[in-house]
Structure formats: C-alpha cells, structure tokens
Design a protein around this ligand. Structure first.
Ligand SMILES: [Zn+2]
Ligand SMILES: [Zn+2]
Length: 138
C-alpha cells in the first residue's frame, strides 16, 4: 500500500484523515469521479460533505498528488500521479484504461516538441472513443 502520509507531506499538504481516505479510494479504483469518491467516503465518514471532498481533490490536484482525466460530456475522473501513460477513454461508459507510453509515441512527441523548442515535462495523452465492451453491446 502506498504511504499516503509521506506522499501528502512531500507535496506540502497536511495529511488529514479526509485526504488519506480520498487517496485510498482513488488508489483502489484506479480512475474515479467525484461522485464515486463521495459515495465511498461517506461509508467511512458519514458527515463529510461533497464540497469538502471537492475542495480536497482540488488542492491535491493543484499540488500534483492527483491527476485529472477530463472525459468529454462526463465528470472528470481522478487518479494518483504515476509515470506518464496514455489513456483510452470511452465516451460512452466513461471507462478509462491505462496504456504505457511506448517508443513510437515518445519519439513522435519528442520530434514535435523539439521542433517547437518546447521543453517537454509531463505528458498526458487522452484518446477518446468507444471501448470494446460498449462496441459489443451496441
Ligand atoms: Zn465503454
Ligand atoms: Zn491513468
């Protein structure tokens, strides 16, 4: 299990009980939206409000503990910050799948950014479409 207290402190955030619980839920689910986090955290902290959950997610996203994955037409999902990877996002069911960056994508990004004299730091690549499950169901 990830040491959430150390993770929060590394990003200059106080390791509150609420934040630790949110990180635990996000970690367990991989990618999850605010409503999903709220549903699950209420079981442990019944008095917590959606606004509090939202505020904590915002501060953890701004400080780089969490990463927001925007989904067209749906609520964003959040994940723990990990090594750069590619997302396959289903616009129908909202499912998000992680794919590793491979040489061919890295080479294309390096070629593109170096041509612009742009110093590449973080890559977030979201590819949108219909997943296998939704395609089979239709
Ligand atoms: Zn789908
Ligand atoms: Zn991801």
């Amino acid at each position: 299990m990830t040491d959430y207290i150390t993770l929060l402190k590394k990003h200059n955030l106080k390791a509150t009980f609420q934040r630790i619980n949110i990180l635990e839920i996000v970690d367990k689910n991989g990618h999850i939206d605010i409503d999903g986090i709220y549903e699950q955290i209420k079981q442990k902290l019944p008095t917590i409000s959606l606004a509090t959950v939202y505020k904590n997610i915002l501060s953890m996203t701004q400080s780089g503990v969490l990463v927001e994955v925007p989904i067209v037409g749906k609520k964003s999902k959040y994940e723990l910050k990990k090594a750069d990877h590619i997302h396959l996002v289903c616009t129908k069911c909202g499912d998000v799948e992680d794919k590793d960056c491979i040489d061919i994508t890295n080479n294309a990004l390096m070629a593109l950014t170096s041509k612009e004299s742009f110093e590449l730091d973080t890559r977030q690549i979201n590819l949108y479409g219909i997943c296998k499950k939704c395609k089979q169901a239709s």
